[in-house]
Structures are given as structure tokens and as C-alpha cells.
Write a protein that binds this ligand. Sequence first.
Ligand SMILES: [Zn+2]
Length: 258
Amino acid sequence: MRVNTLKRAAVAIALALPGAAIAAVVAAPAAHADGCYTWNRNLYQGRSGSDVRELQIRVAGWAGNRDIVELDGIFGPKTHAAVRRFQQAYGLRVDGVAGPETYAKLYELQDNDCTPRHFSYSELDDGCGRGGWSGGPLSASETRENALHTMWKLEAMRRSLGDEPLYVTSGFRSHACNNQVGGASDSQHLYGTSADVVSRTSSLCEVARDARNRGFSGIFGPGYPDHDDHVHVDSRRENNDDGASNSTSWSAPDCGIG
Ligand SMILES: [Zn+2]
């Protein structure tokens, strides 16, 4: 069954892209059974599909300064640059092509539930003691998907800051939870797109500065009211469900960010 599916896929590629067909089929990664997700072809600039989007989620934290990797399923220059930074960060060959070596690292990093190895859903779910992903403006599954995206950005930050633990003090908040803690009325925490982060090995300013390169379009830290004991990071630019414009907003005056 699986073999037939792969054969059909290969034929489809051959029909669609006669010139590239042989190289693509020969270079396809060896079959690999991963508990979360398995890629079945090499990905590089010009390719598109749901497998590109799965890759984009996992390299979103390597977006580069003030940039984001959109989850559009199209492997463009920003995805290429992010894959290169991912490869650089993990000591792989830096070519911007997601192939067997890059996938092997991603399989190593992802748990069977698709969270990156150093973060878990339970760290980001409703923070007022109830757990779960319901009670916000989005469906539970949309909220959980946003939290997954957030976690992959945090995994990149953790790597960038020297492979030391980062601690999430608040992730998703239901409306009830957000009211309880006095969060902003349209807080990114309601959507699963944000995390409040602390570290024992990096200063808050080091965390805030690093966040600028990790695809976080919202950063609030030391010097911003009520943010002297954690750094808030979020993905407001990618959030089309909130009431705010899709723009970058950073403020951590004590860290020279603002
Ligand atoms: Zn926050």
C-alpha cells in the first residue's frame, strides 16, 4: 500500500516536472517511520506543498532579524535562509536544501506528538490550573497548533542561547485565565501565539535580544511596564484572528529594544 502510494507520487512528479524527475526520485530520503511526521522528498526553493509547511513550522525560529517564516507551504527565499540557519546552528552541511541530513536532525528534535524535544504541550496550555486549549477565541485545535508553532520558535531560542533550559511561566490563557491574571483584553496569550519566558543562565535582556531573530514579532521585556521579571514573546504579525494589525511591536527599553 505504502509502496504503491510512493510510486504514484513519483509518477506524478515525473509528469509534472520532466526535467527534475530523475534527480528528485534518486535523491528522495530513505523511508523513515517517525512518530510525528515523515518527509518523503527533498525540499528546496521552488517546491510547495503541505510538507513544506511542516518544515516551515519547524524552522520558524531561524527566521533572522525582524523577519518571519510564513507558514504558506511555499519554499521561498525566507524558508531557504531559515533552513540554512537551522543547518548552521546544528553543525550540518549548509546548503538550504532539506534532505536526509536535515530531516534526521528534525526527527531527533521532534517528539511523537510533534512538539520539539525540550518543550511540551503541558507547559503552554491554559496556565490557571485548568490545562487544555479551550475557552479562548479560537477552537482548541487552532490554539494548540499556534502553541506548537510557538514551541518550535522557543526550541530555536534555546539552541541559540547555549542549549540551556528556558522556562515558560505563562503560555495559552483562556478568557477566564486572562481575566484572572489581568492580561490585556486582546492578549496574544488568548490565541496560543505567545509565551512568557525566563532563564537561569541568560539574562532577560539576552533572551529579549535573541527573540528578535527567532520569528517573534511581539517582544516585551525589561523596562516595559510589568515585564521586569520575564520576557513576553509572541507571533502577532502572523495572527490574523486578533484585532491588531499584523505588525511588529517590540519594547524592552532597558535592553535597548524599542
Ligand atoms: Zn505575556
